[in-house]
Ligand binder design. Sequence first.
Ligand code: TYD
Ligand code: ZN
Length: 412
Amino acid sequence: MAKKKYLCRVCNSELENIFDFGNMPIANNLISLKEQENNKDEYKYDMKIGVCLNCSSLQIVNVPKKELMFNNKYAYFASQSQHMKIHFGKLAKDLMSKMKKEEDYILEIGSNDGIFLKSFSENGFKHLGVDASENVVQAAQANGIKSICRFFDDKTADELLKSHGKAKIIVITNTMHHIENCQSVAKGVEKILRDDGTLIIEDPYLLDMYKIGSIEQVYAEHNFIWSLHSYKTLFEKFSINLYDVEHFETHGGSMRYFFSKQNIDPTNKMKKYIDLEINKKIFDINTFLNFRDNCNKICTELFEFILNKKNEGKSIAGYGATAKSATTLNFSKINNKMVDCIYDSTPFKIGKYTPGTHIEIRDANLFSNDNPDFTILFAWNHRSEIMKKEKEKNSKTTWVEYIPKLKLTDAN
Ligand code: TYD
Ligand code: ZN
């Protein structure tokens, strides 16, 4: 039978299939104790990654229905990280200094628990958050942040235009890569953004992912990994132009993109990254294949390390029940016989089990008491914050990092 062809959701070119993961669970679908006891079958999807050599977008080719991923059981609460609070607090302060309180309104798409809009609400700025997951919206509302539970698309944009008018600023952080129908979002943004307005997007950056080999950042909820070239291709169709970028170390390397409907000259920084993407050969299939081989190596090394230590009778835990670790754990077939438990500070996650691999999630407060021999740092993107915190608590363990390669560090 002929292989099914998939088309790029950004530019319609045919995708190259680079990675087949097989059956994977939804990364944020944690299993409750009851479901675990009943051995209930979990929803699984056939996870395949394609790359577009025309616009340099990396994407999952057959994304599960969005309601299966974003619902009242969404496990990610952005405010769990102090570092992320500071990171978005700085952006909020900068934007507030440029906004006129009475006239300007800021819309955030994917507002989660209100981590970013909080200071707009506290300082009396007109704001609105839209998020598809009811539980995080409720958390934001409880903190006085105006938020509604909705998938943002072209239709929602029509409603919001009627109820709130046009926005001076639209912010979409760590969300655009969640959305399968990126065309509908871009169309919605085109309707709502003022002619003198700014669109700001931020999410994990393709070149960083290649550099560190973090294929685990791709899963159903993260169904795109974007680059300057792929964002330019998408938004130019809607007469929204990229003119500046800013790079951050967050989430293993993220890019912040600034767009406008006006024709602002691209900054030198943006030109530098455009050239860098070309020099790093993001339109060459070999770049993607090298990345795939590197990721396979990382998964194999981690699996073998755990297996060897387990056979030596050591206790092995994880730290950070991250969504991305679901990719590595399920793909590498690391299960609850190999990793005893994973520590996490998110109340919603504690007492539940990881999807597919059914590893127990324990309260991070117990970590300094349990002191496992080895702890795999699944929340590697919060490395400094977590290691510092546990050092202060005098926790004893050997940290195991696996991205970009296996590295052991004594906790003290
Ligand atoms: P996150 O970085 O959001 O990754 P993903 O998007 O892959 O889920 O997840 C970090 C996880 O680590 C989250 O579940 C909260 C947890 N965590 C702690 O338990 N303690 C900490 O100090 C920090 C910063 C995070
Ligand atoms: Zn494309």
